[in-house]
Design a protein around this ligand. Structure first.
Ligand SMILES: C[S@@+](CC[C@H](N)C(=O)[O-])C[C@H]1O[C@@H](n2cnc3c(N)ncnc32)[C@H](O)[C@@H]1O
Length: 203
């Protein structure tokens, strides 16, 4: 199946945005068609993120608190809900995407938050999940995200559970985006666990 031209153009324009404010503005404009477009890309990130979380979570998931970072329209929440996760919090930098996420009714809390620029809300206990693409045009942005996650680790707020590179993440929209000639790009799932707050020392 080829990616339809309209989808290719919309995806390429978002992927091509260099600066974060421009990228988030493009996500605002894309929000209403996002799910339809990523279906045409055979986008697997939400399924992969949910599978990684289900693997990482040793306890029954009903009471597990999860922070879906860069939650978009809520595709990860849909997958998690199907697997029995109920205590979902989400953040995203795009108001347009958050509006779509809100309409799913699947999140207990949703907030605008730009990762790397603002502190993440910290539901006590629990995990966060985040996904991003590893295609050539996203490598700089991916490095920025990883730097932000490393800062959270250094601050003692969150600790890494896994960072898993996955092939066949979604269909590539150009040959340059898929240098191995597979027609697909790869991506990565990050899962972090909230560090316990140390008890206050008496005296
Ligand atoms: C490719 S979408 C993925 C959305 C969702 N996780 C999914 O799998 O469908 C990327 C999302 O990240 C958000 N985003 C990009 N950079 C961000 C940042 N620095 N902080 C917060 N959200 C960001 C965009 O607004 C968009 O909703």
């Amino acid at each position: 199946m080829r990616v339809p031209a309209g989808v290719r153009e919309r995806v390429a324009s978002v992927h091509g945005a260099a600066a974060l404010p421009e990228r988030l503005r493009l996500y605002d404009g894309w929000a209403a068609r996002y799910e339809q477009d990523v279906a045409a890309l055979e986008y697997r990130a939400p399924h992969l993120a949910a599978a990684s979380l289900a693997f990482a979570f040793p306890a029954p998931p009903a009471g597990a608190r999860l922070l879906d970072v860069a939650c978009g329209t809520g595709l990860v929440a849909r997958e998690l809900h199907r697997r029995g996760f109920r205590c979902l919090h989400g953040v995203d930098g795009s108001d347009g995407m958050l509006e779509q996420a809100r309409s799913t009714g699947l999140y207990r809390q949703l907030r605008r938050c730009v990762l790397g620029r603002e502190p993440l809300p910290s539901p006590a206990g629990g995990f966060l999940c985040l996904t991003t693409r590893s295609n050539p045009s996203n490598l700089r942005y991916k490095a920025e995200l990883e730097a932000a996650l490393e800062r959270l680790e250094r601050q003692g707020a969150w600790q890494k559970v896994l960072a898993q590179e996955v092939e066949r993440w979604e269909r590539a929209t150009s040959e340059e985006e898929s240098p191995q000639g597979t027609d697909y790009i790869s991506g990565v799932v990050y899962i972090y666990q909230k560090c316990p707050v140390p008890p206050l020392k008496e005296g």
